[in-house]
Design a protein around this ligand. Structure first.
Ligand code: CA
Length: 238
């Protein structure tokens, strides 16, 4: 049986509990993943820079710098803003879990967990993000909203809504990355381009205009404190 393409990916595990770290490492390597590890947040950040992992498994409770801070710093750095983050949390920290997702983790697993289940979640996350990245999809449905990228057309319950090019670009980028936190810098570069001289406030202004034109996005585009924006997965019927 040949391992799937995702299996050669490099996973960084940041966990201060040795037993858990070794167990997770063992199971990932058994599945063909390459692993690197760190036992503190600061070391984790150094490894992110040095090792360029494809995904990071990040424990929430770490000595000195906790997982939330690590997560935030990864997201705020242009080079690592889109690095997939799977957070490990304890049941008792459920409110932190929510905060973790708001601060930019892509998924989380609560302790205690089965290593097998964790590996399955890692694979699922990598697959999901890969699918998004290579997605040739041009037609999106989000609740009552229909967005046709190839025709630059937005319809709300069948009625065409006129957006400016930048508003459309923002919407497109949010739809293509649904469920992920996108920092203002990431959005600015994606929609306005690297040579644009405006400030990240520009992004806020355009998000506000987008919401004014499409009020159903009011609760759907979440503002993530000090980071950026996230279009949450649609729970509305298409
Ligand atoms: Ca811990």
């Amino acid at each position: 049986m040949s391992p799937s393409a995702t299996n050669y990916k490099k996973i960084l595990i940041v966990e201060d509990e040795k037993d858990i770290l070794h167990l997770v490492k063992l199971y990932l390597e058994k599945e063909g993943f390459r692993t690197v590890s760190a036992m503190t947040g600061a070391e984790g950040l150094r490894q992110v820079k040095a090792e360029h992992p494809d995904l990071i498994i990040l424990d929430l409770m770490l000595p000195e710098m906790d997982g939330l801070e690590v997560c935030k710093r990864i997201r705020l750095n242009q080079d690592t803003a889109l690095l997939p983050i799977l957070m490990l949390t304890a049941k008792a920290e459920e409110s932190d879990t929510v905060i973790g997702l708001e601060l930019g983790a892509d998924d989380y697993v609560t302790k205690p967990f089965s290593p097998k289940a964790l590996v399955a979640r890692v694979k699922a996350l990598l697959r999901r993000l890969e699918r998004n990245a290579n997605n040739p999809q041009t037609l999106y449905h989000y609740g009552a909203l229909m967005v046709d990228l190839s025709r630059h057309e937005v319809r709300l319950q069948g009625e065409e809504v006129m957006l400016t090019a930048k508003e459309f670009g923002l919407l497109e980028h949010l739809l293509r990355n649904v469920g992920r936190v996108l920092t203002r810098d990431v959005l600015l570069n994606a929609v306005w381009g690297y040579d644009y001289y405006g400030t990240t406030r520009t992004v806020d202004v355009h998000v506000r205009r987008l919401k004014q034109k499409l009020p159903l996005l009011n609760d759907a585009i979440l503002s993530v404190k000090s980071l950026g924006y996230k279009l949450r997965e649609s729970d509305m019927p298409a």
